[in-house]
Design a protein around this ligand. Structure first.
Ligand code: RIB
Ligand code: CA
Length: 317
């Protein structure tokens, strides 16, 4: 049985990822930890608690973490996910409560309890992970693997032309995680688009199912759909965190990947939050990246069709 900690800034795509993980019979969710990002911290916790509550599956404990990035003011994505992060449909009234222990302490305690067994899935900014690494680097070296939804991968950013949101909120934290030498797999924004996104038929099928988790998953992504319709006229809901969770739960979904040296940009405002992904292909001139040892496995493509059918099976259970 895999032992997983999920660190989330629980917006609406996070909620779908959480439902998938909670439904898994092969993974014990040791904890859900929350971080500021899509929404301020207290909303991230409420949204995650509500998602645990509505999901007919395991009920992990929830710990509250960082309320602001390491060095900057918080930038949220309420313009994408809604003021409450979950579609602004008044869906969020959790009766479950969070634990008193801070998320960073909970992560360190659980890793210490299960050395070399804990897999951490980050589906938001990685402030909590960076704080844990700084607080107790020796314990964090006992983390089996980190799977991170983050970076633009081999594509364009979604927050600036070069920066993806989870890194842009706290690039210093991402830099600390990249330098930590903890085994790391990155699922970038680039592999979460196209046929990996829900289309109109998918959404109508899930709504018509009458299944509460499926209906919740569509309703809470209402603002994301509206954002996409306004921005590009496309009737789609891209679910980066659900894609990342799919790769974690079903590793065979990752069709292609590359061992890369990844470097977070934290200095220049115009590139802040960019993660340079160097797959080591020979470059024409010496580029200053020579001799860098790969520190990350970066996903290059996934099996979209199988991802969707597996995700639907969990949502419709
Ligand atoms: O860029 C997409 C990521 O940023 C997702 O995790 C989404 O929930 C937001 O946190
Ligand atoms: Ca997220």
């Amino acid at each position: 049985m895999r032992r997983i900690i999920i660190d989330t800034d629980c917006g609406s795509d996070d909620a779908v990822a959480l439902i998938m993980a909670l439904k898994s019979k092969n993974a014990h969710i040791e904890a859900i930890t929350t971080v500021c990002g899509n929404v301020p911290l207290e909303l991230a916790a409420k949204n995650a608690l509500m998602t645990i509550e509505i999901t007919n599956a395991q009920k992990p404990q929830l710990y509250i973490g960082a309320s602001k990035p390491l060095m900057r003011e918080l930038v949220t994505a309420v313009n994408v996910h809604g003021e409450d992060g979950m579609g602004d449909l008044d869906l969020i009234h959790p009766s479950l409560a969070s634990e008193k222990e801070h998320a960073v302490d909970a992560i360190l305690r659980i890793v210490e309890c299960y050395p070399d067994e804990i897999e951490i899935v980050t589906i938001g900014p990685v402030t909590n992970i960076a704080l844990a690494i700084m607080k107790d680097p020796a314990t964090m070296k006992k983390v089996k693997h980190i799977y991170s939804m983050g970076t633009a991968g081999f594509g364009r950013g979604n927050t600036t032309p070069v920066a993806e949101f989870n890194v842009y909120v706290d690039a210093e934290a991402y830099d600390i995680m990249l330098r930590s030498n903890i085994p790391l797999t990155i699922i970038g924004f680039d592999v979460c688009l196209g046929d990996a996104a829900l289309n109109k038929n998918d959404m109508e099928m899930l709504m018509a199912s009458g299944k509460k988790e499926a209906i919740f998953a569509i309703q809470c992504n209402r603002s994301l759909l509206e954002y996409n319709l306004k921005r590009s006229g496309e009737h789609i809901v891209d679910l980066p965190d659900a894609v990342a969770m799919g790769v974690v739960l079903w590793p065979e979904l990752m069709l292609d990947s590359a061992e890369c040296f990844c470097k977070a940009c934290i200095i220049d405002p115009s590139t802040y939050g960019q993660v340079i992904v160097d797959d080591g292909r020979v470059l024409a001139v010496s580029d200053g990246f020579v001799n860098h040892v790969p520190n990350t496995i970066v996903c290059k493509s996934i099996d979209n069709e199988t991802f969707k059918s597996k995700m639907f099976r969990f949502l419709l259970q």
